[in-house]
Design a protein around this ligand. Sequence first.
Ligand code: HPA
Length: 265
Amino acid sequence: MNKLVEKLNQLKEKSEILIILGSGLNEFLKATEIIDSLALEKVLDVKTDKSIGHVGIIYLVKVKDKYVYILSGRKHYYENPSDKTMRSIIQAFAYLGIKTLIVSNAAGGMNESFKPGDIMIIDDHINMLGRNPLVGDNNNDLGPRFVDMSEAYDKNYRNLIDQISKDLAIDIKHGIYMSYLGPSYETPAEIKAFRMLGGDAIGMSTVPEVIVARHASIKVLGISIITNMASGISKEKLSHEDVLKTSQKSLSRFSSLLTSFLKHI
Ligand code: HPA
């Protein structure tokens, strides 16, 4: 058993759910009771980049009566395109026996009917990273070499969140998430091309995590916070500070949806 699995096993309680918090969403932790935590730099060779709001801590929290793991501070391919940290983390949780992954992120809106602050449930994705986290040796004990991606984002979870959004009267959108390597934002010409390909929102994360999770048959719910309109759609220049600010404005709706979702699964 590798060291990360061993350390995760030592956390005070077990859970079958992992949440990955996207940019500006760390404060969801305030809606939880923190039971235990593990700093990733103690176990993995990760330098955490605090300047961009990324932290790199795994929390074990309680939401209502349910234990949940939360990863605050993911790794992105723009930091190092051959880095295997996210694969290691998700696979360690797979060995631990998690059944559900909830991924969240900040994303630019490409669909013109969206506006900053909207919450988009990810129905499917388009991988424009030019890489796949499963390249290399296959962990045969977790899943097959060739992974079915025909329902990457669980249909029942999407139906459940629709029901919850109605019950709570919180408006949500649905759409296709497109992943872009970054770290530069896209040009207006790229966004025009990506819209033609069918993307509704664009960001620099999530897709690798979902691929690794699906390989291990972990069910996925994906939530994007639309923090800005993508390049060229609005005249505003893009900055990470604005992304964080808008993301935080959606936090209470995000927290309500997520808390209720956790109660129902
Ligand atoms: N593009 C890529 N990633 C992003 C964006 C965007 O417009 N907004 C937040 N993350």
